[in-house]
Write a protein that binds this ligand. Sequence first.
Ligand code: ADP
Ligand code: MG
Length: 664
Amino acid sequence: MDLLNVSGIGPKSINLLHKLNIYTICDLLNYYPFRYEILKLDKLSLKADDEKVIIEGLIEKIPTVIRLKGNMNKMSLRVLSDDMLVNVVIFNRGFMKPHFQIGKEITIIGKWNKLKNTITASDIRFEKINGVKIESIYRTTQGLNKRMLSKYIDNAINGCINELTDYIPFFLSNKYNFMDKEQAIKIIHNPFDIESLKQAQIRLKYEELFVFMLKINCLKLKNQKQNNGLQREIDYNKVTEFIEHLPFKLTTDQLSAVSEIKDDLISPKRMNRLLQGDVGSGKTIVSIIASYINYLSGYQTAFMAPTEILATQHFENIKKLFNDYNINVELLTGSTKKKEKKQIYQKLENGEIDLIIGTHTLIQDDIKYKNLGLVITDEQHRFGVNQRSNLSNKGMMPDILYMSATPIPRTYALTIYGDMDVSNIKTRPQGRKDIITYVKNNNEIIDVLKLMKQELDSNHQIYIIAPLIEESERSDLENVYKLETNFKKAFKNNTIEILHGKMSSEEKDDVMNKFSKNETNILISTTVIEVGVDVKNATMIVIFDANRFGLSTLHQLRGRVGRNDLQSYCVLISDKSKERLEILKNTNDGFEISEQDFKLRGQGDLFGIKQSGDMTFKIANLKEDYKILLQAKNDSLEFLKNEVYTLDNKKIIDEILGNIDNLN
Ligand code: ADP
Ligand code: MG
């Protein structure tokens, strides 16, 4: 049902709600407070100077309002609270004056200046607290304040709460004695005591994690049952030859990953493998060899990357590598022209294309393959669990290879990627030097410029990263355009280009092309280059406002350099969060960084997957709620293994799993 059905919500507020990612009534009902404020009455006589206080009192004197500079005003009044007469001041509430009558009871929240016998109030209310009151605090957006948001949510609770589905099967809610969903939602928004709030939170966390684990475990069980994958016969000498002709020697880890993949491909069991390795460890070539094996056995490969930039880069590299092998490689992205797209679809269907590289467009429903044998997803964590399954629906029974650099603490990986086999690339190619990382203040920029000059003089290239594209009124963060102006002044003899997500695909391709051919010395970019981009001659990356990024993101960004045996540098610029950034200075090991990030920020951007949606939980937190996660994991397995699907089960499975259930 549409948001407009909630009373009070009109077209204007809809747009504001969209800003908070609220699109449906369910989204609204599931828009939980991000914290609670517990209001508890204080006794003034027991409070020290400068403490926060909440008191109730009687108005003893009608307030006076004086105007201040710039439309501001200050209201002063006096109240009697617990036999003490105190002065109260509050700013910009002059409009409330008519409501203040002598003898009226009010609640005052503010700071207590004992010497001056004055409370500077942040809020004055006309209702009593009655002991303890728990207030829900929501993230809001400009134009939509807390009061309006609460109102909408309350209206949705009153009018549309039956929109919600309870995903916890009866036998489980019974087992744990959970309150029902409606009640939990009511309490989470309007708690009346801490005990029941906790119960509601646990129940909603459990549900979220249960749904999540159900998806994962469903995939896992399906995979176990699938011993009807493709069986291939290949002439492995050709593969060995291909490997010998590569411009470099594969590392031991790369070779064993290739061997594990080969075994999977020739066995009748369907491959469902995660190739994990830190940024720069050389995963791509392993997947290319996999696609070559697949080609030799007569099947098509689909290769997905999360961004167009990355897809294009893979396309260029792979085309070169396959140049002498008569393999037909094509690129398909969101910006491929309509006519060309049609031709590609046609060629995929009649088998003229052996290897197709693209973004998520490769899993659109209207693409048909003649004989898809292998699906590769690069930077798997950028795709959701849903997409994981969607992909597998494409071909007959394609084998699947996922690649991910995002290191995940091992225990969590086991749970979350429990449906996959894993190959690990632990070592980087030989000769690589550790990237030297510096953490600098903004006022140390001169050191940075010196280092940049040194690298540019050696004809090396540099990335510069800013969090914003252009100037923004609401933020003083660095932006790409401003940095471009500044660096063009500082490095007059060098070529500088910019790159960001708002540019057209052609522009982006053009910029990346020039940079990879060393026609551009400095590339100033947003995080669009975060994953995968591979330009060997780039030896330095400077990240402005580094404190704005999660450690895993920074580690990924840093991975853009150090891609050959030249010494590379990463400079993190920030006046804040130094301690966190120091972690990066001290280690280049992605696993360690993710463990530390996890300790510091809970799930944080651990998975770097905020974008993919289904691992960003609304209420659960993988770290704090790990016990609940394990419980949910076991319960979902029990639920799935229970062969007798009751009607209750069937409905839940269908709804949660959607297209996963169509998998045969
Ligand atoms: P990632 O694992 O981050 O995806 P890539 O696959 O992009 O890393 O590899 C990083 C760089 O290392 C690429 O330029 C690639 O050509 C190069 N590379 C990969 N394997 C080796 C190797 N065994 N020896 C030397 N260079 C390699
Ligand atoms: Mg990569």
